[in-house]
Design a protein around this ligand. Structure first.
Ligand code: AMP
Length: 280
């Protein structure tokens, strides 16, 4: 396995690869959620490239860029265990040689970013799309693997690929959860014991919604009320019902509905996201 920290060498090594290339973009602190993407990529491609890069331009100044968990040695070992061909772990200056305020960015349209995570994180998806586009160009990936955990990100990346005719197939991978249903996230490392207990109520509320929907409850106000009760003690930023294909808001729940939640836990003030399809 090659461990590469610069663009020049990455381009050279990519040229030498024979067969298909699968890319798994990550910010590192790899857990079983990331590993599920990497395992699928190794099953479906001749070569797998994993990028480990905490992308500064997708963080607002008030966010957790500096304290975001970093464990490069462990990540490299985990990739090695999975048979990854290249781990690309660049320094910021390799990715953004120009001054940060003076970059050409890919900015998804207002109607897809002015909701859910995009609303409270202005510029976040510009940063995501821009880095993902660079990684597509650098790795020449045939397939790229993204988790449904970041559902709005997945939707926006798929749209970018369609809108800009990138020659890459986006593979959507299911959410990996702890046995008690907490969605795996690198940010779970921030959680205190109390926070973790409270955080469980996010998935509890979502799974309960799915149950209520299968029992015939379709009124969104009713579904939100019950969910907010379950998530009492959390600072819920949003609970929204969208069409899983268009991300347009729903007026009532149906089989195409995806419910998304963002909430902060009180002690560590960690912001967590999760989502569920009401029917699949
Ligand atoms: P991140 O390192 O948080 O940027 O995540 C890198 C990729 O892993 C993204 O496509 C995420 O959606 C995906 N991912 C993160 N957590 C999970 C999870 N629990 N289950 C499935 N995919 C995940």
């Amino acid at each position: 396995m090659k461990i590469i920290d610069n663009v020049k060498e990455l381009k050279e090594e990519i040229k030498k690869l024979k067969g298909s290339i699968g890319l798994v973009p990550t910010m590192g602190a790899l857990h079983d959620g990331h590993l599920s993407l990497i395992k699928r990529a190794t099953r479906e491609n001749d070569n797998v490239v994993v990028s480990v890069f905490v992308n500064p331009i997708q963080f607002a100044p008030s966010e957790d860029l500096d304290k975001y968990p970093r464990q490069p040695e462990k990540d490299i070992q985990l990739c090695k265990n999975e048979g990854v061909k290249i781990v690309f772990i660049p320094k910021i200056s390799e990715m953004y040689s120009d001054d940060k305020g003076n970059l050409t960015l890919i900015c998804p349209p207002y109607n897809v970013v002015d909701k859910l995570c995009g609303k409270s994180r202005p510029g976040h998806f510009d940063g995501v799309c821009s880095v993902v586009a660079k990684l597509f160009n650098l790795t020449k990936a045939n397939k790229a693997y993204f988790g449904q955990k970041d559902a709005q990100q997945l939707f926006i990346v798929k749209k970018m690929v369609r809108d800009l005719n990138f020659d890459v197939q986006i593979v959507s991978c299911p959410i990996i959860r702890e046995p008690d249903n907490l969605a795996l996230s690198s940010r779970n490392k921030y959680l205190t014991q109390n926070d973790r207990k409270l955080a469980l109520n996010i998935s509890k509320a979502l799974f309960n919604l799915k149950k209520l929907f299968t029992q015939g409850v379709v009124d969104i106000r009713d579904l939100v009320d019950v969910s907010l009760k379950i998530m009492d003690g959390l600072d819920v930023e949003y609970i929204e019902f969208v069409d899983k294909n268009t991300f347009n808001f729903k007026t009532k729940a149906d089989r195409d509905t995806l419910v998304l939640v963002a909430a902060r836990v009180p002690e560590s003030n960690t912001r967590l996201i999760d989502n569920i399809k009401l029917w699949e």
